[in-house]
Structures are given as C-alpha cells and as structure tokens.
Design a protein around this ligand. Sequence first.
Ligand code: NAD
Length: 363
Amino acid sequence: MTFNVGVIRGDGIGPEIVTEAVKVLDAIGAKYGHEFKYTEILMGGCSIDACGEPLTDDAIKAALSSDAVLMGSIGGNTSTSPWYKLPADKRPEAGLLKLRKSLNLFANLRPAYLYEELKEACPLRDDIIGDGFDMMIMRELTGGLYFGERSTVEEDGQLVARDSLTYSEGEIRRIAKRGFDIAMKRRKKVTSVDKANVLDSSRLWRKIVEEVAKDYPEVEYEHMLVDNCAMQLVKNPRQFDVILTENMFGDILSDEASMVTGSIGMLSSASLNDTKFGLYEPSGGSAPDIAGKGIANPIATILSAAMMLRYSFDLDAEANAIEKAVKLVLKDGYRTIDIMPRDGSTVKQVGTVEMGDLIVERL
Ligand code: NAD
C-alpha cells in the first residue's frame, strides 16, 4: 500500500532525528511491501527564517492532505535565539499550536514504557518496578480548563482570578471512544481518571465513559480519582494499561508517568483527531544544546513512527517489528549519550546515525 506522510523536520535536533525515523520507515516499506511518500512541510523557526511566519497556510494544506504527519521538534534556545524576540504569535511554538488547532487534534497519547535494559534510569525501587511497566496516557487536548473563559477583575478592593472548566458530552464521548479503541489494541484495560467527588465536569465525564464502555465489553474499566492516580503511578505503575483523562489532569499525570521511565529521548507521542489522521512526534524538544553534534537519541522519533503505523495506518505487525528492533539494539548494549549508564562500562556509546542503522539492521 502507499501512504502519504507529511514530514516536519523542524529545528535543532529535529532534522537529525527525523532522518533516522524516515530511514526506518523506508526499511519497513522494503520489508513489508509498502510505499511511504514524503511531503516536506516547514514549521517552526526554519519556517520563520524561510517565510517570515512559523506556519504558512500552504504548510497547513500540505499537512491536511497527508495521511499522517511525522514531526521532529521545533524551537530554539529561548534565551538567545532571535525567534524569541518576536511577538508570541510569531514564535516557533505558535506554529505547533496553530497546526494542532487546524487539524482538530483532540486526543494526545503518551506511552510510558520501561525498558528492561534501562531500568537503572527509573527512579522507583526494584520491588515496585518488578518486570517493568507499559502504560499509555490518553489526554484530552482541546477542551477543559486550558480552553475555558478566564478573567482577572478587581472585586471588593482585591484582584480575583477565574478560570472555567467546561466539557460537553460530545467532547467526552469522542476521547473516551479513542481511549477504548486504543485499549483494544493493547491489554484491554482502561482507567478513567477524574475528580467526580468534587467537579460536575468529572461527574459528566464518568457518566459518558460508562456509556461508551458498554460498546467495548471486552475492555475492563475502572474509575480513579486523580489524586489517587498520582499516588498509584509511583506506588504501583504496573496496574495501568490505558489511563484516560481530561486536559489538565492528563498534562500533569503524563509528565509524572514519563519521568518514572527516566528517559526523555525514548518517549514517543501522538496527537489524533476523529479520523485516522495523526501528528506523531517525540515528547522532548529541539535540544539546541546538542543540535548538529550527531549525538541526539533518535529512538523517540522512531517509536513515534511506529505509533503512526499502528494508529493511522493499522499496520500493527510493522509497528511491533520496529519496537522489537529497538529492544534488541538496547539488549545488544548500544546507547546514545542520554541513556548511558553512569559507569559506562558495559555498553557501547553510539551517535544518532549509527543508532538508526543498528535499528534498521535488526529489522
Ligand atoms: P528539550 O527537551 O529540547 O531538552 C531538554 C534536555 O533533554 C536537553 O539537555 C537536551 O539535550 C535533552 N534531550 C532532549 N531530547 C533529546 C534527545 N532526543 N536525545 C538526547 N538528549 C535529548 O527541552 P528545552 O531545552 O526546554 O527546550 C528546547 C526548545 O525545544 C525550546 O525552544 C522549546 O520551546 C522547544 N520544545 C519543543 C517541543 C516540540 O517541538 N513539541 C517540545 C518541547 C520543547
């Protein structure tokens, strides 16, 4: 089959790590008989330099006409780069916000997976880690507190600030469906996280999730209060498969979950809308401190490409093959600088391109 992939290389380490992910996709294409056609899309600082704005209408059109978009990262050093002297809506990050909005990307997925070989990076105790954990945080991305009405006004001689948290049935239903769909591709368990003992929006969340769950009899589901979930993530992370939650809770819990794996260069992410379309990118940023040195870890971007195969193209076997190849490379003792053990004795340090080549070899 032929798939049209929009490619945003972006800034900093973006072009280096995307090149490796494209290399892996091409290897998958050759092995399984698919063709990936790439359309280069400018976004971020590179687009400011070339076109005077972080995301042009043509770039949005190119993204919209792709089957999915693979992205590196955007932005520069926020203290020294001239991009950050521009007004906020002209800076690199404004391009990403505009793209997410234009594509209606309401579902954000961030896996938190602990590799056996990288256990030493995990800050949790060995008896808690056990044989590792593998969870997916599914965060609603375009509603809730971050998108509600806000105001700061003077009342009775003092300032009063208000932020409103609104969710409609439709917004909850579409993210809940996505969460259960994804659980069906995994271990078939959903933990829906809310604050239903206090918030009306959470009580509606719970009601709609229960309705959606009826359509997925194979999926085991439970409700959990967000404060308890924050605790359970460090007490017993192995209990989770898919964590389904609203925007602000998801923002906080996904950072917590990713940090218990201990390694930003390994973490992929996806943002989806209600079609098969998705934007796939590493969780980390453009790492201007190491850009151009050939040492960035390309694994998060390569794993994001695997998510693209699974969630936008339904190519599960191909996605599994990439994930297995990554595990084999780690098992064989190869590490980029960010995942080197402290003593460095038992493993071999490799650069960005070599890491990509090693993964392709194992495919
Ligand atoms: P960052 O994630 O870029 O870097 C934090 C640290 O992690 C740095 O030391 C960096 O070298 C390291 N790191 C990150 N990715 C790595 C990789 N793949 N391999 C090895 N090491 C890696 O965060 P920051 O320094 O706060 O931000 C830098 C720029 O990135 C800023 O302009 C920020 O706005 C932007 N940013 C972009 C995105 C995005 O494109 N979605 C996300 C976050 C930050």
